[in-house]
Design a protein. Structure first.
Length: 563
């Protein structure tokens, strides 16, 4: 499948929807939702859910809501709300007028909780958090009934109203569903419905509430209120589905969505735990949530990943019930394939070595033409200034080299891309013996082709010394050196596997002058170096470019060697 192929692949979720539509369920409607918690930035795992939910809505002419599960004001803020909206839009999806918050339904959720109390299906419990865990039992032993489980409806209604009024301290009381403390499903052992939360200002409701509903209670009822038909979530919620259905059945709501679980995205050489991503930011292992090494959508955008490549990646890995680790190379190849088609070519010398062409006229400047893309003439051409003094990559020269080395050697010839054939005649060193300059000669008859009988195997890139711009180039690589950083050895931490070479900053790179006017976010191929993008902090007087991905999968060779 190419990066341009947008035909959705069939999967078990689509099969369920097809069967529902054929049976006339939900009046022929398909309504999904993407319900993030605004307590961090979205990551590549969320991208899979976004593409799935919005993609299904698009393909079935349905709707997809963006709904914030904002029930924990101590961890949530408006920064995350705005970042999430920005990320979803950048991926190419639009929720129209269907932006919602769980907090929109706080009054209705409170009323639902009161209904459960009146039915004898909920009660206020005074057990401490430690006692609650003790009473809950284990996977092999049933739980025990709370001593407050038999409170009267009247007492529960009174206590719950007083919880709302702010009369009790955090953790002093909770509202619990009255289900079955002996259930083999731990989620049905009288789970919490409401807890007390003081001291935080909610980004939507301010200080109006001192109690907040729990996720399992909020999520299913928010789905129902919004008329969601298919509630798609990851496999860790499979054991929560009986509770999802229990709340909806007990409250006899008009709309009972169908919860369907799929495997979450596990990507090698990265982590997707919000807690651990927060730790990376807080402990300074990365600069921020949008650090280009982070698996966040904001980080990938800053690194130069095209949104189409991420959508293509999510399509390629598919939607299944079985979990598996996806190779990082799959994502990186999607990025390469996309940028290979769309990114214009430019020349950049990252480790400059000066070249003086001794037989080229001093002061003369030629304007050579180069294609912006070798396979796409519609991208046009650009002008390259050629003069007596140039820069080439330091690694493109060897005083002595094996026969397989096809670049420049002492006494040897090489072609400068889009320009002439040059010959290295002399090597200049500094007082420490380091090579600082090459004295070369050029053949003026070789601009368009090699003279008959001359064989020049190598082609290298270059820039004019006088006309090139000085730029900072950041070479980003994988953040972790282990394919599964969560598998830290006993007593270790996932941070033990941080890749010390995940960022190398080069400050004296030389770029062709056409890049002087590059815009933030612009994606480019530096010929023979890789794909790069312009960093948001880029300024005309301080150009900054980030490496998005190398031209080839260099990690594949490392993994093959280690394997």
């Amino acid at each position: 499948m190419s990066s341009e192929d947008t035909t959705p692949a069939s999967n078990f979720i689509r099969n369920i929807i097809d069967a529902d539509l054929a049976a006339g369920k939900n009046q022929g409607k398909v309504a999904t939702r993407f319900p993030p918690e605004p307590n961090g930035y979205l990551h590549i795992g969320h991208a899979k859910s976004i593409c799935l939910n919005f993609g299904i809505a698009i393909d079935y002419q349905g709707t997809c809501n963006l709904r914030f599960d904002d029930t924990n004001p101590h961890k949530e803020n408006i920064e995350f709300v705005e970042a999430i909206q920005r990320d979803v839009r950048w991926l190419g999806y639009d929720w129209g007028d269907r932006l919602f918050y769980a907090s929109d339904y706080f009054e209705q959720l409170y009323d639902y909780a009161v209904q459960l109390i009146k039915k004898g299906k909920a009660y206020v419990c005074d057990l401490t958090p430690e006692q609650t865990r003790e009473y809950r039992g284990t996977l092999t032993e049933p739980g025990r009934d709370s001593p407050y489980r038999e409170r009267s409806v009247e007492e529960n209604l009174d206590l719950f109203a007083r919880m709302r009024a702010g009369e009790f301290a955090d953790g002093e009381r909770i509202l619990r569903a009255r289900i079955d403390m002996a259930s083999p499903n731990m989620n049905l052992r009288d789970p919490a419905i409401y807890r007390i939360r003081h001291g935080a200002v909610h980004h939507q409701t301010g200080e109006a509430w001192s109690i907040y509903p729990m996720y399992d209670f909020t999520h299913c009822l928010s789905d129902s209120i919004e008329g969601i038909t298919h509630s798609l979530c990851t496999l860790e919620f499979e054991d929560h589905r009986p509770l999802y259905d229990w709340f909806l059945d007990e409250l006899e709501v008009e709309c009972h969505p169908q919860q369907i679980e799929f495997s979450r995205l596990e990507l090698e050489y990265t982590i997707t735990s919000k807690r651990k991503l927060t730790q990376l930011v807080d402990e300074g292992h990365v600069e921020d949530w949008d650090d280009p090494r982070m698996p966040t959508i904001a980080g990938m955008r800053r690194r130069g990943y095209p949104p189409g490549a991420i959508r293509d990646f999510c399509e390629r890995i598919g939607v299944t019930k079985s979990g598996n680790n996806v190779e990082m190379g799959v994502l990186e190849n999607c990025v390469r394939e996309n940028l290979n088609v769309h990114a214009p070519r430019r020349m950049a010398v990252l480790h400059p070595l000066k070249v003086v062409i001794t037989n080229y006229p001093e002061g003369q400047v030629e304007e050579l033409q180069a294609a912006n893309h070798p396979q796409d003439e519609s991208m046009g051409t650009r002008t390259l200034p050629f003069a007596r003094e140039l820069y080439i990559e330091r690694e493109d020269f060897r005083e002595e080299a094996p026969k397989k080395f096809k670049r420049l050697v002492t006494g040897g010839e090489v072609r400068l891309r889009n320009a002439y054939v040059i010959r290295c005649d002399e090597v200049i060193r500094d007082s420490q013996g380091e090579i600082i300059e090459l004295r070369c000669s050029y053949d003026p008859e070789t601009l368009s082709k090699n003279p008959e009988g001359r064989k020049v195997k190598g082609v290298i890139h270059w820039v004019s010394a006088r006309h090139s711009i000085v730029a900072e180039v950041r070479l980003y690589d994988r953040l972790f050196s282990h394919p599964n950083p969560d598998s830290a050895k006993e007593g270790g931490e996932f941070t033990d596997y941080l890749n010390p070479e995940s960022l190398l900053t080069l400050t004296r790179c030389r770029l062709e002058p056409s890049l002087a006017d590059a815009r933030s976010g612009e994606q480019i191929q530096f010929e023979r170096e890789g794909y790069f993008c312009v960093d948001p902090d880029h300024r005309h007087d301080r150009p900054i470019f980030n490496r998005t991905v190398t031209l080839r999968d260099s990690w594949a060779r490392i993994e093959q060697k280690n394997g």
